[in-house]
Design a protein around this ligand. Sequence first.
Ligand SMILES: Cc1cc2nc3c(=O)[nH]c(=O)nc-3n(C[C@H](O)[C@H](O)[C@H](O)COP(=O)(O)OP(=O)(O)OC[C@H]3O[C@@H](n4cnc5c(N)ncnc54)[C@H](O)[C@@H]3O)c2cc1C
Length: 502
Amino acid sequence: MEVIAAVAAGAIASACQNAVLSSWLVSICPQRDYAKELGERLSRNAHIYTPGSDNFAAATTRWSAAHAPEAKLVVIPSIENDVAETVKYANELGMPYLAVNGGHGAIKTVGKMKNGIQIWMHQLNGVELSEDETQAKIGGGAKTKAVTDALWAAGKQTVTGLCECTSILGPGLGGGHGVLQGRYGLVSDQFVSMNIVLADGSLRTIDESSDLWWAMKGAGHNFGIVTSVTSKIYDIIHRDWAYESFIFTGDKVEALYENINSHLPNGGSLPVDIMHYSFFFNNPEVDPNNPLIMFFIIQEGNMIVDPTYTKPFHDLNPIAVDGEGGVFTDLATWMGNANTSPPCKKAGLVNYRFPIDVESYNIPAQRQVYDLFASATKETPALNGSFFLFEGYSTQGVKAIPSESTAYPFRGDNLLISPVINYAAGADAEIDAKAVELGENLRRILHEGSGREEMHTYVNYAYGEETKQNMYGYEQWRQDKLLELKNKYDPERKFSFYAPIV
Ligand SMILES: Cc1cc2nc3c(=O)[nH]c(=O)nc-3n(C[C@H](O)[C@H](O)[C@H](O)COP(=O)(O)OP(=O)(O)OC[C@H]3O[C@@H](n4cnc5c(N)ncnc54)[C@H](O)[C@@H]3O)c2cc1C
Protein backbone atom coordinates (compact mmCIF):
# COMPACT_ATOMS: atom_id res chain seq x y z
CA MET A 1 0.00 0.00 0.00
CA GLU A 2 2.78 2.40 0.97
CA VAL A 3 4.59 1.60 -2.27
CA ILE A 4 1.49 2.41 -4.33
CA ALA A 5 1.01 5.72 -2.47
CA ALA A 6 4.64 6.66 -3.01
CA VAL A 7 4.44 5.83 -6.70
CA ALA A 8 1.24 7.89 -7.03
CA ALA A 9 2.77 10.84 -5.18
CA GLY A 10 5.83 10.68 -7.41
CA ALA A 11 3.68 10.59 -10.53
CA ILE A 12 1.65 13.60 -9.38
CA ALA A 13 4.77 15.56 -8.44
CA SER A 14 6.23 14.88 -11.84
CA ALA A 15 2.96 15.81 -13.58
CA CYS A 16 2.84 19.02 -11.56
CA GLN A 17 6.32 19.90 -12.74
CA ASN A 18 6.14 18.99 -16.36
CA ALA A 19 2.69 18.67 -17.73
CA VAL A 20 0.34 21.20 -19.14
CA LEU A 21 -1.74 21.66 -16.01
CA SER A 22 -5.29 20.57 -16.51
CA SER A 23 -7.74 22.13 -14.08
CA TRP A 24 -7.94 19.05 -11.80
CA LEU A 25 -4.14 18.94 -11.58
CA VAL A 26 -4.00 22.63 -10.69
CA SER A 27 -6.29 21.89 -7.77
CA ILE A 28 -4.02 19.19 -6.31
CA CYS A 29 -0.59 20.51 -7.29
CA PRO A 30 1.35 22.39 -4.64
CA GLN A 31 1.68 26.09 -5.50
CA ARG A 32 4.39 26.45 -8.13
CA ASP A 33 6.64 29.45 -8.14
CA TYR A 34 6.38 30.36 -11.82
CA ALA A 35 8.39 33.55 -11.41
CA LYS A 36 11.30 31.63 -9.90
CA GLU A 37 11.14 28.81 -12.43
CA LEU A 38 11.05 31.16 -15.38
CA GLY A 39 13.57 33.55 -13.86
CA GLU A 40 16.14 30.76 -13.83
CA ARG A 41 15.87 30.49 -17.60
CA LEU A 42 16.25 34.20 -18.35
CA SER A 43 19.26 36.49 -18.72
CA ARG A 44 20.58 38.46 -15.77
CA ASN A 45 18.87 41.76 -16.56
CA ALA A 46 15.46 40.32 -17.33
CA HIS A 47 12.76 41.08 -14.78
CA ILE A 48 9.61 39.37 -13.67
CA TYR A 49 6.81 41.20 -11.89
CA THR A 50 4.07 39.46 -9.98
CA PRO A 51 0.63 40.77 -9.03
CA GLY A 52 0.51 43.06 -6.04
CA SER A 53 3.71 44.96 -6.75
CA ASP A 54 3.82 48.59 -7.92
CA ASN A 55 5.88 47.50 -10.92
CA PHE A 56 3.21 45.01 -11.91
CA ALA A 57 0.50 47.65 -11.67
CA ALA A 58 2.50 50.08 -13.81
CA ALA A 59 3.32 47.38 -16.36
CA THR A 60 -0.28 46.35 -16.83
CA THR A 61 -1.84 49.82 -17.02
CA ARG A 62 -3.10 50.44 -20.54
CA TRP A 63 -4.28 53.28 -22.72
CA SER A 64 -7.78 51.83 -22.68
CA ALA A 65 -9.02 50.43 -19.41
CA ALA A 66 -11.57 48.16 -21.09
CA HIS A 67 -10.96 44.56 -22.10
CA ALA A 68 -7.49 44.51 -20.62
CA PRO A 69 -5.58 41.23 -20.82
CA GLU A 70 -5.14 39.56 -17.43
CA ALA A 71 -1.58 38.60 -16.62
CA LYS A 72 -0.37 36.54 -13.72
CA LEU A 73 3.24 37.33 -14.58
CA VAL A 74 4.87 40.20 -16.41
CA VAL A 75 8.20 39.30 -17.99
CA ILE A 76 10.58 42.00 -19.18
CA PRO A 77 13.13 40.39 -21.51
CA SER A 78 16.55 41.98 -21.68
CA ILE A 79 17.89 39.97 -24.60
CA GLU A 80 16.04 38.58 -27.60
CA ASN A 81 16.45 35.00 -26.42
CA ASP A 82 14.55 35.79 -23.20
CA VAL A 83 11.42 36.07 -25.36
CA ALA A 84 12.07 32.60 -26.80
CA GLU A 85 12.63 31.13 -23.33
CA THR A 86 9.42 32.71 -22.05
CA VAL A 87 7.39 31.36 -24.95
CA LYS A 88 8.85 27.87 -24.49
CA TYR A 89 8.14 27.94 -20.76
CA ALA A 90 4.57 29.18 -21.28
CA ASN A 91 4.02 26.48 -23.90
CA GLU A 92 5.21 23.82 -21.47
CA LEU A 93 2.67 25.02 -18.95
CA GLY A 94 -0.08 25.60 -21.49
CA MET A 95 -0.23 29.22 -20.37
CA PRO A 96 -1.30 31.97 -22.78
CA TYR A 97 1.00 34.91 -23.51
CA LEU A 98 0.89 38.28 -25.20
CA ALA A 99 3.58 40.75 -26.28
CA VAL A 100 2.92 44.21 -24.89
CA ASN A 101 4.79 47.26 -26.05
CA GLY A 102 3.36 50.77 -25.70
CA GLY A 103 0.12 49.34 -24.28
CA HIS A 104 -2.02 51.27 -26.75
CA GLY A 105 -3.53 48.21 -28.39
CA ALA A 106 -7.18 48.63 -27.50
CA ILE A 107 -8.94 45.96 -29.54
CA LYS A 108 -11.32 44.07 -27.28
CA THR A 109 -9.95 40.66 -28.31
CA VAL A 110 -6.82 41.21 -26.17
CA GLY A 111 -9.09 40.91 -23.15
CA LYS A 112 -9.42 37.21 -23.93
CA MET A 113 -5.98 36.59 -22.50
CA LYS A 114 -6.60 35.41 -18.94
CA ASN A 115 -4.07 34.11 -16.42
CA GLY A 116 -1.29 34.54 -18.89
CA ILE A 117 2.19 35.95 -19.26
CA GLN A 118 2.56 39.51 -20.49
CA ILE A 119 5.85 39.87 -22.31
CA TRP A 120 6.63 43.54 -21.90
CA MET A 121 9.11 44.37 -24.61
CA HIS A 122 10.38 47.77 -23.52
CA GLN A 123 13.95 46.76 -22.60
CA LEU A 124 14.56 45.63 -26.20
CA ASN A 125 14.76 49.20 -27.37
CA GLY A 126 18.05 49.56 -29.25
CA VAL A 127 18.46 51.50 -32.50
CA GLU A 128 21.65 50.58 -34.40
CA LEU A 129 22.53 51.96 -37.83
CA SER A 130 24.12 49.68 -40.39
CA GLU A 131 27.62 50.58 -41.54
CA ASP A 132 26.36 52.08 -44.79
CA GLU A 133 23.60 53.93 -42.89
CA THR A 134 20.80 52.73 -45.14
CA GLN A 135 19.19 50.49 -42.52
CA ALA A 136 18.67 50.42 -38.76
CA LYS A 137 18.20 47.45 -36.47
CA ILE A 138 15.38 48.46 -34.14
CA GLY A 139 14.57 46.58 -30.94
CA GLY A 140 11.20 44.82 -30.79
CA GLY A 141 10.21 47.07 -27.89
CA ALA A 142 11.42 50.42 -29.22
CA LYS A 143 8.94 53.27 -29.11
CA THR A 144 8.46 55.87 -31.79
CA LYS A 145 10.22 58.72 -30.03
CA ALA A 146 13.34 56.71 -29.26
CA VAL A 147 13.63 55.70 -32.90
CA THR A 148 12.84 59.10 -34.38
CA ASP A 149 15.26 60.87 -32.05
CA ALA A 150 18.10 58.38 -32.58
CA LEU A 151 17.76 58.57 -36.36
CA TRP A 152 17.34 62.34 -36.35
CA ALA A 153 20.58 62.74 -34.41
CA ALA A 154 22.30 60.77 -37.21
CA GLY A 155 20.72 62.87 -39.98
CA LYS A 156 18.25 60.06 -40.84
CA GLN A 157 14.57 59.28 -40.64
CA THR A 158 12.10 56.53 -41.39
CA VAL A 159 8.35 55.99 -41.38
CA THR A 160 6.86 55.71 -37.90
CA GLY A 161 3.46 56.40 -36.42
CA LEU A 162 2.90 59.94 -35.29
CA CYS A 163 2.41 59.18 -31.62
CA GLU A 164 5.62 59.20 -29.57
CA CYS A 165 4.44 56.61 -27.07
CA THR A 166 3.30 53.81 -29.35
CA SER A 167 5.89 51.29 -30.44
CA ILE A 168 7.29 50.68 -33.92
CA LEU A 169 6.10 47.06 -34.06
CA GLY A 170 2.58 47.51 -32.62
CA PRO A 171 1.53 49.79 -35.50
CA GLY A 172 4.04 48.33 -37.98
CA LEU A 173 2.83 44.74 -37.89
CA GLY A 174 -0.59 45.98 -38.98
CA GLY A 175 0.80 48.28 -41.71
CA GLY A 176 1.55 51.45 -39.76
CA HIS A 177 0.57 54.93 -40.94
CA GLY A 178 2.71 58.03 -40.51
CA VAL A 179 3.54 61.40 -42.00
CA LEU A 180 6.40 60.07 -44.12
CA GLN A 181 4.27 57.39 -45.78
CA GLY A 182 3.67 59.59 -48.83
CA ARG A 183 7.38 59.35 -49.59
CA TYR A 184 8.28 55.86 -48.47
CA GLY A 185 5.16 53.76 -47.82
CA LEU A 186 3.88 52.26 -44.58
CA VAL A 187 5.97 51.44 -41.52
CA SER A 188 5.94 47.77 -42.57
CA ASP A 189 7.09 48.66 -46.09
CA GLN A 190 10.41 49.63 -44.50
CA PHE A 191 11.06 46.18 -43.02
CA VAL A 192 14.09 44.41 -44.50
CA SER A 193 14.40 41.48 -42.08
CA MET A 194 13.37 40.60 -38.57
CA ASN A 195 14.11 38.30 -35.67
CA ILE A 196 10.95 36.61 -34.56
CA VAL A 197 9.99 34.10 -31.89
CA LEU A 198 7.51 31.70 -33.41
CA ALA A 199 4.73 29.80 -31.63
CA ASP A 200 7.03 26.84 -30.93
CA GLY A 201 9.47 29.13 -29.13
CA SER A 202 12.13 29.07 -31.85
CA LEU A 203 13.93 32.35 -32.56
CA ARG A 204 14.32 32.80 -36.33
CA THR A 205 15.57 35.48 -38.66
CA ILE A 206 13.26 35.99 -41.61
CA ASP A 207 13.26 38.22 -44.67
CA GLU A 208 11.59 38.35 -48.06
CA SER A 209 12.78 34.80 -48.80
CA SER A 210 10.36 33.44 -46.16
CA ASP A 211 6.73 32.66 -47.00
CA LEU A 212 5.88 34.31 -43.67
CA TRP A 213 7.28 37.67 -44.81
CA TRP A 214 4.12 38.64 -46.70
CA ALA A 215 1.96 38.13 -43.59
CA MET A 216 4.24 40.09 -41.27
CA LYS A 217 3.43 43.24 -43.24
CA GLY A 218 -0.18 43.76 -42.27
CA ALA A 219 -1.21 40.72 -40.21
CA GLY A 220 2.02 40.22 -38.27
CA HIS A 221 0.53 40.25 -34.75
CA ASN A 222 -0.88 36.82 -35.57
CA PHE A 223 2.39 35.03 -36.19
CA GLY A 224 5.00 35.64 -33.53
CA ILE A 225 6.85 38.08 -31.33
CA VAL A 226 9.31 40.27 -33.18
CA THR A 227 12.39 40.76 -31.05
CA SER A 228 14.06 43.12 -33.52
CA VAL A 229 13.44 44.46 -36.99
CA THR A 230 15.84 45.86 -39.55
CA SER A 231 14.21 48.72 -41.42
CA LYS A 232 15.14 51.04 -44.25
CA ILE A 233 16.19 54.52 -43.20
CA TYR A 234 16.67 57.65 -45.30
CA ASP A 235 18.69 60.84 -45.35
CA ILE A 236 16.62 63.73 -44.07
CA ILE A 237 15.40 65.59 -47.15
CA HIS A 238 13.93 68.57 -45.32
CA ARG A 239 14.63 69.49 -41.73
CA ASP A 240 11.92 72.13 -41.68
CA TRP A 241 8.27 71.44 -41.04
CA ALA A 242 5.35 73.76 -40.36
CA TYR A 243 1.76 73.51 -39.27
CA GLU A 244 -1.24 75.73 -39.31
CA SER A 245 -4.29 74.87 -37.21
CA PHE A 246 -7.82 76.18 -37.31
CA ILE A 247 -10.80 75.83 -35.02
CA PHE A 248 -14.22 75.91 -36.64
CA THR A 249 -17.71 75.90 -35.22
CA GLY A 250 -20.14 73.19 -36.28
CA ASP A 251 -21.89 75.30 -38.90
CA LYS A 252 -18.71 74.95 -41.04
CA VAL A 253 -18.86 71.16 -41.40
CA GLU A 254 -19.94 71.17 -45.05
CA ALA A 255 -17.63 73.98 -46.10
CA LEU A 256 -14.62 72.49 -44.32
CA TYR A 257 -14.89 68.98 -45.75
CA GLU A 258 -15.81 70.29 -49.22
CA ASN A 259 -12.67 72.40 -49.06
CA ILE A 260 -10.60 69.37 -48.11
CA ASN A 261 -12.12 67.32 -50.94
CA SER A 262 -11.37 70.01 -53.49
CA HIS A 263 -8.17 71.67 -52.24
CA LEU A 264 -6.42 68.78 -50.49
CA PRO A 265 -7.63 65.77 -52.44
CA ASN A 266 -6.13 62.40 -51.70
CA GLY A 267 -5.92 59.52 -54.14
CA GLY A 268 -2.35 60.32 -55.03
CA SER A 269 -2.85 63.98 -55.80
CA LEU A 270 -2.36 65.27 -52.25
CA PRO A 271 1.18 66.60 -52.49
CA VAL A 272 3.68 64.31 -50.84
CA ASP A 273 4.78 67.07 -48.46
CA ILE A 274 1.28 67.80 -47.11
CA MET A 275 -0.85 66.11 -44.48
CA HIS A 276 -4.20 67.15 -43.01
CA TYR A 277 -5.93 66.05 -39.89
CA SER A 278 -9.12 67.07 -38.13
CA PHE A 279 -11.24 66.07 -35.18
CA PHE A 280 -14.55 66.91 -33.58
CA PHE A 281 -14.30 67.60 -29.87
CA ASN A 282 -16.31 69.24 -27.11
CA ASN A 283 -15.11 72.33 -25.33
CA PRO A 284 -18.07 73.66 -23.33
CA GLU A 285 -16.15 76.81 -22.37
CA VAL A 286 -16.05 77.86 -26.00
CA ASP A 287 -19.32 76.35 -27.17
CA PRO A 288 -21.52 74.74 -24.50
CA ASN A 289 -23.94 73.36 -27.06
CA ASN A 290 -21.97 71.95 -29.95
CA PRO A 291 -18.66 70.27 -30.68
CA LEU A 292 -15.88 72.24 -32.32
CA ILE A 293 -13.70 71.09 -35.19
CA MET A 294 -9.94 71.27 -34.97
CA PHE A 295 -8.21 71.17 -38.34
CA PHE A 296 -4.48 70.94 -39.05
CA ILE A 297 -2.47 71.28 -42.26
CA ILE A 298 1.14 70.19 -41.97
CA GLN A 299 3.81 70.81 -44.55
CA GLU A 300 7.32 69.44 -44.96
CA GLY A 301 10.11 71.70 -46.17
CA ASN A 302 8.68 75.04 -45.05
CA MET A 303 8.66 77.17 -41.91
CA ILE A 304 5.20 78.48 -42.83
CA VAL A 305 2.56 76.36 -44.57
CA ASP A 306 2.24 77.55 -48.17
CA PRO A 307 -0.77 79.97 -48.24
CA THR A 308 -2.02 78.27 -51.41
CA TYR A 309 -3.12 75.45 -49.13
CA THR A 310 -4.27 77.47 -46.14
CA LYS A 311 -6.16 80.36 -47.80
CA PRO A 312 -9.36 78.41 -48.54
CA PHE A 313 -9.53 77.54 -44.83
CA HIS A 314 -8.87 81.09 -43.64
CA ASP A 315 -11.72 82.13 -45.93
CA LEU A 316 -14.10 80.01 -43.81
CA ASN A 317 -13.67 82.36 -40.84
CA PRO A 318 -12.27 80.02 -38.21
CA ILE A 319 -12.71 81.10 -34.60
CA ALA A 320 -9.02 80.48 -33.89
CA VAL A 321 -5.87 80.06 -35.95
CA ASP A 322 -2.45 78.97 -34.82
CA GLY A 323 0.74 77.82 -36.46
CA GLU A 324 4.46 77.39 -36.10
CA GLY A 325 7.57 76.33 -37.94
CA GLY A 326 10.15 73.91 -36.60
CA VAL A 327 11.58 70.48 -37.30
CA PHE A 328 10.21 66.99 -37.90
CA THR A 329 10.59 66.02 -34.24
CA ASP A 330 8.23 68.85 -33.21
CA LEU A 331 5.30 67.31 -35.05
CA ALA A 332 4.07 65.07 -32.25
CA THR A 333 3.93 68.01 -29.83
CA TRP A 334 2.11 70.24 -32.31
CA MET A 335 -0.46 67.58 -33.08
CA GLY A 336 -0.98 66.55 -29.44
CA ASN A 337 0.71 63.15 -29.70
CA ALA A 338 3.88 63.71 -27.66
CA ASN A 339 4.81 61.66 -24.61
CA THR A 340 3.48 64.50 -22.47
CA SER A 341 0.20 64.91 -24.42
CA PRO A 342 -3.13 63.49 -23.24
CA PRO A 343 -3.27 60.56 -25.73
CA CYS A 344 -0.03 59.22 -24.27
CA LYS A 345 -1.43 59.28 -20.75
CA LYS A 346 -2.91 56.12 -19.34
CA ALA A 347 -5.60 58.06 -17.56
CA GLY A 348 -8.10 55.39 -16.56
CA LEU A 349 -10.36 55.95 -19.53
CA VAL A 350 -12.19 53.38 -21.55
CA ASN A 351 -11.32 54.18 -25.17
CA TYR A 352 -13.21 52.56 -28.03
CA ARG A 353 -12.47 53.15 -31.71
CA PHE A 354 -14.68 52.27 -34.69
CA PRO A 355 -12.49 52.79 -37.73
CA ILE A 356 -13.39 53.08 -41.38
CA ASP A 357 -11.22 53.93 -44.39
CA VAL A 358 -12.79 55.93 -47.20
CA GLU A 359 -11.69 57.49 -50.47
CA SER A 360 -13.07 61.02 -49.94
CA TYR A 361 -15.49 62.86 -47.69
CA ASN A 362 -19.20 62.42 -48.32
CA ILE A 363 -20.47 65.82 -47.24
CA PRO A 364 -24.02 64.88 -46.12
CA ALA A 365 -22.52 61.99 -44.13
CA GLN A 366 -20.07 64.39 -42.47
CA ARG A 367 -23.01 66.54 -41.42
CA GLN A 368 -24.92 63.52 -40.12
CA VAL A 369 -22.04 62.22 -38.02
CA TYR A 370 -21.34 65.67 -36.65
CA ASP A 371 -24.98 66.06 -35.58
CA LEU A 372 -25.09 62.60 -34.04
CA PHE A 373 -21.78 63.12 -32.23
CA ALA A 374 -23.13 66.45 -30.91
CA SER A 375 -26.48 65.12 -29.71
CA ALA A 376 -25.15 61.88 -28.22
CA THR A 377 -22.31 63.47 -26.28
CA LYS A 378 -24.72 66.08 -24.96
CA GLU A 379 -27.38 63.56 -23.96
CA THR A 380 -24.79 61.36 -22.22
CA PRO A 381 -22.32 63.72 -20.54
CA ALA A 382 -20.12 60.77 -19.52
CA LEU A 383 -19.15 60.51 -23.22
CA ASN A 384 -18.34 64.20 -23.50
CA GLY A 385 -14.57 63.67 -23.70
CA SER A 386 -14.93 61.60 -26.87
CA PHE A 387 -13.49 62.87 -30.12
CA PHE A 388 -13.77 61.92 -33.78
CA LEU A 389 -10.60 61.67 -35.86
CA PHE A 390 -10.16 62.24 -39.60
CA GLU A 391 -6.62 61.61 -40.87
CA GLY A 392 -5.44 62.49 -44.36
CA TYR A 393 -1.87 61.36 -44.98
CA SER A 394 -0.38 61.62 -48.43
CA THR A 395 -0.46 58.22 -50.06
CA GLN A 396 1.96 58.07 -53.02
CA GLY A 397 4.46 55.84 -51.24
CA VAL A 398 1.71 53.52 -50.02
CA LYS A 399 0.10 53.15 -53.44
CA ALA A 400 3.47 52.64 -55.14
CA ILE A 401 3.80 49.22 -53.48
CA PRO A 402 1.76 46.49 -55.22
CA SER A 403 -1.26 45.65 -53.09
CA GLU A 404 -0.84 41.89 -53.44
CA SER A 405 2.76 42.01 -52.23
CA THR A 406 1.84 42.39 -48.54
CA ALA A 407 -0.95 41.40 -46.17
CA TYR A 408 -1.90 45.07 -45.69
CA PRO A 409 -5.08 45.05 -47.78
CA PHE A 410 -6.26 48.61 -48.27
CA ARG A 411 -3.66 50.58 -50.20
CA GLY A 412 -6.37 52.10 -52.38
CA ASP A 413 -7.93 54.03 -49.49
CA ASN A 414 -7.12 57.63 -48.73
CA LEU A 415 -8.63 58.71 -45.44
CA LEU A 416 -8.34 57.04 -42.08
CA ILE A 417 -11.34 57.81 -39.90
CA SER A 418 -12.31 56.79 -36.41
CA PRO A 419 -14.50 58.04 -33.63
CA VAL A 420 -12.73 57.60 -30.29
CA ILE A 421 -15.53 57.18 -27.79
CA ASN A 422 -14.37 57.39 -24.22
CA TYR A 423 -15.61 57.54 -20.67
CA ALA A 424 -14.10 57.18 -17.19
CA ALA A 425 -13.56 53.53 -16.27
CA GLY A 426 -15.99 52.25 -13.68
CA ALA A 427 -19.09 53.76 -15.29
CA ASP A 428 -22.08 51.47 -15.40
CA ALA A 429 -23.01 49.05 -18.16
CA GLU A 430 -25.54 51.45 -19.63
CA ILE A 431 -22.81 53.98 -20.43
CA ASP A 432 -20.71 51.24 -21.98
CA ALA A 433 -23.62 50.15 -24.17
CA LYS A 434 -24.24 53.75 -25.24
CA ALA A 435 -20.57 54.22 -26.09
CA VAL A 436 -20.54 51.16 -28.33
CA GLU A 437 -23.85 52.04 -29.93
CA LEU A 438 -22.67 55.56 -30.69
CA GLY A 439 -19.40 54.36 -32.22
CA GLU A 440 -21.13 51.74 -34.36
CA ASN A 441 -23.76 54.23 -35.54
CA LEU A 442 -21.21 56.87 -36.48
CA ARG A 443 -19.26 54.32 -38.49
CA ARG A 444 -22.43 52.97 -40.14
CA ILE A 445 -23.35 56.46 -41.39
CA LEU A 446 -19.93 56.92 -42.95
CA HIS A 447 -20.04 53.47 -44.47
CA GLU A 448 -23.43 54.13 -46.05
CA GLY A 449 -22.16 57.50 -47.22
CA SER A 450 -19.14 55.88 -48.86
CA GLY A 451 -21.41 54.01 -51.25
CA ARG A 452 -19.24 50.94 -50.84
CA GLU A 453 -20.36 47.46 -49.97
CA GLU A 454 -17.07 46.59 -48.40
CA MET A 455 -16.16 48.14 -45.10
CA HIS A 456 -12.44 48.65 -44.64
CA THR A 457 -11.20 49.07 -41.09
CA TYR A 458 -7.60 49.74 -40.15
CA VAL A 459 -6.69 46.73 -38.03
CA ASN A 460 -4.78 48.78 -35.47
CA TYR A 461 -7.81 50.91 -34.70
CA ALA A 462 -10.33 48.07 -34.75
CA TYR A 463 -12.90 47.77 -31.97
CA GLY A 464 -12.87 43.99 -32.00
CA GLU A 465 -16.12 42.93 -33.57
CA GLU A 466 -15.09 43.59 -37.15
CA THR A 467 -14.93 40.65 -39.53
CA LYS A 468 -11.62 39.32 -40.79
CA GLN A 469 -12.63 40.69 -44.22
CA ASN A 470 -13.04 44.16 -42.67
CA MET A 471 -9.52 43.99 -41.24
CA TYR A 472 -7.56 41.82 -43.65
CA GLY A 473 -9.29 42.29 -47.00
CA TYR A 474 -12.17 40.86 -48.95
CA GLU A 475 -10.19 38.94 -51.56
CA GLN A 476 -10.61 35.22 -50.91
CA TRP A 477 -6.98 34.57 -51.82
CA ARG A 478 -5.87 36.82 -48.95
CA GLN A 479 -8.01 34.96 -46.44
CA ASP A 480 -6.84 31.59 -47.79
CA LYS A 481 -3.21 32.62 -47.67
CA LEU A 482 -3.47 33.92 -44.10
CA LEU A 483 -5.18 30.73 -42.98
CA GLU A 484 -2.60 28.54 -44.66
CA LEU A 485 0.24 30.44 -43.00
CA LYS A 486 -1.54 30.37 -39.66
CA ASN A 487 -1.95 26.61 -39.86
CA LYS A 488 1.71 26.23 -40.75
CA TYR A 489 3.28 28.64 -38.23
CA ASP A 490 0.78 28.77 -35.39
CA PRO A 491 -1.36 25.63 -35.54
CA GLU A 492 -2.33 25.94 -31.88
CA ARG A 493 -3.39 29.60 -32.25
CA LYS A 494 -1.01 30.97 -29.63
CA PHE A 495 -0.99 34.42 -31.27
CA SER A 496 -4.70 35.04 -31.47
CA PHE A 497 -5.45 37.76 -28.98
CA TYR A 498 -4.81 40.83 -31.15
CA ALA A 499 -7.12 41.04 -34.17
CA PRO A 500 -7.13 37.28 -34.76
CA ILE A 501 -7.35 36.05 -38.34
CA VAL A 502 -8.98 32.85 -37.05
C1 LIG B 1 -2.67 57.75 -29.10
C2 LIG B 1 -2.54 56.80 -30.24
C3 LIG B 1 -1.88 57.19 -31.39
C4 LIG B 1 -1.74 56.31 -32.47
N1 LIG B 1 -1.09 56.72 -33.59
C5 LIG B 1 -0.95 55.86 -34.61
C6 LIG B 1 -0.24 56.26 -35.80
O1 LIG B 1 0.24 57.38 -35.92
N2 LIG B 1 -0.13 55.36 -36.80
C7 LIG B 1 -0.66 54.11 -36.70
O2 LIG B 1 -0.52 53.34 -37.65
N3 LIG B 1 -1.32 53.70 -35.60
C8 LIG B 1 -1.48 54.55 -34.57
N4 LIG B 1 -2.17 54.16 -33.46
C9 LIG B 1 -2.72 52.81 -33.40
C10 LIG B 1 -1.65 51.83 -33.01
O3 LIG B 1 -1.10 51.29 -34.20
C11 LIG B 1 -2.20 50.67 -32.17
O4 LIG B 1 -2.90 51.17 -31.07
C12 LIG B 1 -1.08 49.74 -31.72
O5 LIG B 1 -1.66 48.58 -31.23
C13 LIG B 1 -0.24 50.38 -30.66
O6 LIG B 1 0.91 49.64 -30.42
P1 LIG B 1 1.52 49.63 -28.95
O7 LIG B 1 2.82 48.98 -29.01
O8 LIG B 1 1.47 50.97 -28.35
O9 LIG B 1 0.43 48.78 -28.17
P2 LIG B 1 0.51 47.33 -27.50
O10 LIG B 1 -0.82 47.15 -26.87
O11 LIG B 1 1.67 47.21 -26.63
O12 LIG B 1 0.69 46.38 -28.73
C14 LIG B 1 -0.40 46.08 -29.57
C15 LIG B 1 -0.30 44.64 -30.02
O13 LIG B 1 0.79 44.54 -30.89
C16 LIG B 1 1.41 43.28 -30.75
N5 LIG B 1 2.81 43.54 -30.55
C17 LIG B 1 3.40 44.62 -29.97
N6 LIG B 1 4.72 44.51 -30.05
C18 LIG B 1 4.99 43.35 -30.69
C19 LIG B 1 6.18 42.70 -31.10
N7 LIG B 1 7.39 43.20 -30.84
N8 LIG B 1 6.07 41.51 -31.75
C20 LIG B 1 4.86 40.99 -32.03
N9 LIG B 1 3.70 41.57 -31.66
C21 LIG B 1 3.77 42.75 -31.01
C22 LIG B 1 0.70 42.55 -29.60
O14 LIG B 1 -0.22 41.65 -30.17
C23 LIG B 1 -0.03 43.65 -28.90
O15 LIG B 1 -1.25 43.21 -28.34
C24 LIG B 1 -2.30 55.02 -32.38
C25 LIG B 1 -2.98 54.63 -31.21
C26 LIG B 1 -3.10 55.50 -30.17
C27 LIG B 1 -3.83 55.06 -28.94
